[in-house]
Design a protein. Structure first.
Length: 278
């Protein structure tokens, strides 16, 4: 049985081999039904070649893309560094331009002022942001002394900042108009009123003139000036303007005037110390 199976399989194998040889022979001899080995081979191999070359081209493209991306990133970083460099240069330019403008204004005020002025930069403002005191960069070696008046400018017009309260070798402390200990004589030119202005140490930017007779007519926005009777400041330096009149206490014979300062302490960087009158 087994030998018969082997014999039949051998016959089948011989038949298959004979058939294949016949087909190959026909492919070489027949012109009508010729199928070349090369065509068969190409037909079988072509899909693999197609996939291979496409994968190879894809890998080459991806490698090229990564290379280009790396180059672009390097160029971008260089451009960013260049932009940052020119941004810093532009900031330096505007900073220098502002400083030059400040110096020009300071020289202008010094040359046109009736007083001998020492220009000083503000180094420190009090930590509570009330600005009741300032530290400036001029001291004893610059000729600064306790009691010297300190002013600044607003729209080319001088205004009171305070008075020198302490002097060190290289720096000084200014007691500003916001300190409750600050006071000076003032004059209201429209109403012809003399008074004393005092500082208020709070976050509201006002000074006060107390004990104004109720029969006195004071107008809002009336200027408040230093007076020659004051021992601190030369006359006619602007303190500020009348901002509010408090006469709510009907039992009192006087009322209180709130003064809006000429100089905003949080907006100035330089001050001028009056060392003497010219």
């Amino acid at each position: 049985m087994f030998s018969f199976f082997i014999f039949k399989n051998k016959e089948r194998l011989i038949f298959i081999i004979f058939f294949i040889v016949s087909v190959l022979f026909m492919s070489f001899s027949s012109t009508r039904f010729s199928i070349s080995l090369k065509s068969v081979f190409n037909t079988i191999v072509y899909p693999f070649e197609y996939v291979f070359f496409n994968i190879r081209d894809g890998i080459s493209y991806i490698s090229l893309s990564f290379s280009e991306l790396s180059t672009l990133r390097k160029e971008l970083k260089e451009k960013e560094k260049m932009i940052e460099y020119y941004r810093e240069k532009l900031a330096d330019y505007y900073s220098m331009k502002y400083k030059i403008k400040e110096l020009e204004e300071a020289l202008k005020y010094k040359s046109e002022s009736l007083y001998k002025l020492e220009v000083s930069k503000i180094l420190i403002r009090d930590s509570e942001e009330i600005f009741s005191s300032l530290i400036i960069d001029k001291g004893y070696i610059d000729g600064i002394r306790v009691g010297m008046p300190v002013i600044s400018y607003n729209q080319d017009e001088p205004g009171v900042v305070g008075v020198i309260s302490e002097v060190y070798l290289l720096t000084s402390k200014v007691r500003t108009y916001k300190d409750p200990l600050f006071s000076t004589g003032v004059y209201l030119p429209y109403s012809k009123v003399l008074g004393v202005v005092n500082g208020i140490s709070n976050d509201k930017n006002f000074m006060t003139i107390n004990y104004i007779d109720k029969e006195t007519n004071i107008s809002l926005n009336e200027p408040v000036l230093t007076t020659s009777e004051s021992s601190l400041f030369p006359e006619n330096i602007k303190i500020g303007y009348v901002n509010y009149i408090d006469n709510t206490d009907k039992s009192s014979l006087t009322y209180r005037v709130f003064v809006k300062p000429q100089i905003e302490l949080n907006s100035i960087k330089n001050v001028f110390i009056i060392t003497e009158r010219r």
